[in-house]
Design a protein around this ligand. Structure first.
Ligand code: FAD
Length: 301
């Protein structure tokens, strides 16, 4: 399958925050093998690559951006590829949507990822971000990941060669990660899940989604939590709330009234307004509490 190249994608239309200008081009990768032609395509097109899943953790800058969007669109549906005493192995393509994977796991009575219910995004984005909630992290259930990078080409790494931490995914040095590649693309993943009754899995997912809906503005334009929690027992949302950021507005951007760590676009917001609020929050919180709020959302320029 050949690469598909599109011109001038609008990031506002490709991100859940509905912000961002126009990139130079977009390269759509349908299969892992398509990645082999990517370095030449990027050289030809110019511009830095932005690997883009569903765009649910991205704040893209306004204007013309010197970027080429790279879309890993590997859509292989979930398939059982093995089973042993430690669980069932399920392979899925990186472009497959995470909510659809959860639906499939539920209907097959497979358990372990229920806490991720309500997180938008692709499987590749969930691996790259080590997405997590309600005590469940993507990385905990990973058995192996197939990756492409320009130095190593396409390769599959077992979990011992991978590193997952709070909203972070990387490749360990002894697995060839000593020199950070210019970019790396997750093309597919194998999850290890457990067997459970469908009703139990469904009930847990419903419960997590119900909690999420009750506490987060899930239907607004947002990119989820803007800042990481500074420590395990220190919530960035609570710190922002305690310091008056709930409902704080600049132009059409605002910290949600429901959850202060969610930055909301009320419709006509700009990235400049979003960045103003982010910087203002970081400076104010640092001045008052001495805490540094680190970004969870990826700012793309
Ligand atoms: C309403 C809402 C609720 C949310 N709740 C949560 C939550 O509870 N927990 C949580 O962790 N997150 C949450 N998020 C954030 C977001 O959904 C997750 O981070 C998600 O995993 C991002 O997936 P994506 O496909 O949208 O990735 P994108 O936003 O497109 O990309 C995110 C990052 O991953 C990289 N990336 C994406 N795909 C690949 C790939 N195939 N290979 C390599 N790199 C890649 C991108 O370059 C970028 O750096 C929420 C977001 C919203 C809008």
């Amino acid at each position: 399958m050949a690469l598909a190249i599109l011109h001038g994608p609008a990031l506002r239309e490709r991100t859940t925050l509905r912000l961002g200008g126009t990139a130079m081009a977009e390269v759509v990768l349908g299969t892992a093998e398509d990645c082999e032609a990517l370095p030449d395509a990027l050289k030809r097109l110019g511009g830095r690559p932005l690997i883009l899943g569903y765009g649910s953790n991205i704040l893209a800058a306004d204007g013309q951006l010197p970027l080429v969007v790279v879309t890993p669109a590997m859509q292989e549906a979930p398939t059982v590829v093995g089973e042993d005493a430690r669980g069932v192995l399920v392979h899925v393509g990186a472009g497959f949507r995470l909510p659809r994977l959860l639906g499939w796991l539920c209907s097959h009575g497979l358990s372990g990822l229920e806490g991720l219910a309500g997180i938008p995004g692709t499987v590749g984005g969930a691996v790259a971000m080590n997405a997590g909630s309600y005590g469940c992290e993507t990385g905990e259930r990973i058995d192996r990941v197939t990756l492409f990078d320009p130095q190593h080409g396409v390769r599959t790494l077992e979990r011992r060669g991978l590193q997952f931490s709070y909203r972070h995914f990387g490749v360990l040095a002894d697995a060839g990660g000593e020199e950070a590649p210019e970019y790396a693309i997750v093309t597919g993943a194998v999850f290890r899940v457990g067997v459970a009754s469908r009703d139990v899995v469904h009930g847990k997912m419903q419960e997590c989604y119900r909690k999420k809906k009750a506490t987060q503005p899930v239907t607004s334009y947002s990119a989820g939590c803007v800042f990481k929690n500074p420590a395990h027992n220190l919530s960035a949302g609570k710190i922002l709330d305690d310091n008056g950021f709930k409902g704080k507005r600049h132009g059409d951007m605002m910290f949600s009234e429901m959850h202060a760590n969610f930055l909301i676009n009320r419709g006509n917001g700009t990235s400049e307004q979003a960045e103003y609020l982010i910087q203002n929050a970081q400076e104010t919180i640092h001045r008052i509490t001495d805490l540094s709020l680190e970004l969870e959302v990826k700012i793309i320029k």
